[in-house]
Design a binder for this molecule. Structure first.
Ligand SMILES: *Cc1c(COP(=O)(O)O)cnc(C)c1O
Length: 427
């Protein structure tokens, strides 16, 4: 038996207190698209463990890759040493991401990869003898992680980090991109104009713009148009600032393209990936940058990027990431994501008519129901679990991002669970 009372007294859970207001569910095992609770209940997983488990759980190919690597070299330090899993993974990432991104830094979590992205930008401008460029331009509703640098570019008001505003550096925030992915017109709208005004007013100070392309995740599950990113790229070039895309949530096919930046056909100067990188099995993230950034940084004192986590490029995590990427590319992932998108639209769209529902939106393998009230998350979660589905709503958002290989039947059950959750939340 899992010792729940010890958990209650001693173990922190994400964004929670001790003892937690509602106890976590004890999980005994995972299997395919199922989370198996200690009492034997099997829940269809709607969360992919926060965007990660894109192939479902316990995939035999990922398990085999981990087992192989564990036998030869579970871990070794990366300072002064190197190994095949890391080199192979770097090559995969350079090949798959937009062409100008050529240099790879392996980090141990998404937040750390964002810290590294910010350091790259700062050190780049130091190397170019423009140290006054030390501020970042971000957008409202963004989310980039929980470490201090990442918090400082996350939405300062609606984010989870308002508490720390006194100690965080003051960066610049433009309004969030207007909602709506399908927006096709290319002329600049007020959102990009506001961003452009900030760039203009602070042109000497800005090191980089940082944004999640196409999908703003934990900051509101909002989708926006590719044209915005094209205009952003053009502005970054005009004002000579770097552009950082945080694809930790969107990378590896989630939006229907391998990387969300592909919707706009543009490339950032710095890119972060994480979450689905290992198919949800190990903690690993990476920051990629252009030749020019690496060359500039390395041609000037101190001739080093000042970061180096203990578990940098952990061989087991890299081996699993290589297997996960192979598995993804060998699968009909694009058709699968499209099919999930169509089914989610079909199954969720009419919830928009329910009183208490503000909006329903679907993009790729992401389905979101936004409620009017922000205090119904627990009620929604309980209703989903009662219907045999794992959802973890937060604030006004009941949302799902299932594994790409979810079966028809499981997806039908997941949609039923979403509907129960939303109806319970609105009741
Ligand atoms: C989850 C997430 C992060 C933080 O990643 P962790 O691995 O939780 O540190 C950063 N940016 C985005 C867009 C994310 O979704």
């Amino acid at each position: 038996m899992i010792n729940l009372s010890y958990d209650r007294e001693h173990v922190w859970h994400p964004y929670s207190c001790l003892p937690p207001p509602s106890p976590p569910l004890p999980v005994a095992a995972t299997e395919g698209r199922h989370i198996i609770l200690e009492d034997g209940r099997r829940l269809v997983d709607g969360m992919s463990s926060w965007w990660c488990a894109i192939h479902g759980y316990n995939h035999p190919k990922l398990l085999a890759a981990a087992a192989r690597q564990l036998k030869t070299m579970p871990h070794v330090m990366f300072g002064g040493l190197t190994h095949e899993p890391a080199i192979d993974l770097a090559e995969q990432l350079v090949t798959l991401t937009p062409a100008p991104l050529k240099k790879v830094f392996f980090a141990d979590s998404g937040s750390v990869s964002v810290e590294v992205a910010m350091k790259l930008a700062l050190q780049y401008w130091m190397a170019r003898r423009q140290p006054a460029r030390h501020r970042f331009l971000a957008v409202r509703n963004g989310y980039h992680g929980d470490t201090f640098g990442a918090m400082s570019v996350t939405d300062p008001v609606n984010g989870m980090h308002r508490l720390f505003s006194g100690v965080l550096p003051k960066h610049l925030f433009a309004p969030a991109p207007l909602p709506g992915f399908a927006e096709t017109r290319d002329e600049p709208a007020e959102d990009i104009a506001a961003l452009s005004r900030l760039l203009d007013a602070h042109r000497e100070e800005i090191a980089a713009i940082i944004i999640e392309p196409i999908v703003q995740g934990a900051g509101g599950m909002r989708f926006y148009r590719p044209a915005y990113l094209r205009q952003l790229r053009a502005l970054a070039d005009d004002y000579n600032v770097l552009l950082i895309f945080d694809e930790i949530a969107t990378g590896f096919g989630r939006t229907g393209r391998l990387f969300a930046s592909e919707w706009a056909g543009i490339s950032p100067d710095i890119l972060t990936v994480g979450k689905a990188l290992t198919g949800g099995m190990m903690t690993l993230a990476a920051t990629l940058c252009t030749e020019e950034i690496a060359f500039t940084l390395c041609s000037n004192p101190p001739r080093a990027l000042m970061h180096g986590p203990t578990f940098m490029a952990n061989p087991t995590a890299c081996a699993v990431a290589n297997a996960s990427i192979d598995l993804l590319l060998d699968s009909p992932w694009q058709q699968r994501v499209q099919a999930i998108e169509a089914r989610l639209r079909d199954g969720l769209n009419d919830l928009a008519e329910l009183e208490g529902v503000r909006d329903v939106r679907v993009l790729g393998a992401i389905g979101v129901v936004e409620l009017e009230a922000d205090d119904r998350a627990q009620r929604a979660q309980d209703a989903a679990v009662a219907a045999g589905v794992w959802l973890r709503p937060f604030g006004r958002l009941v949302y799902t991002m299932p594994a790409y290989n979810i079966t028809e039947e499981e997806l039908a059950q997941l949609i039923e669970g979403m509907r129960h959750a939303v109806e319970a939340a609105c009741a």
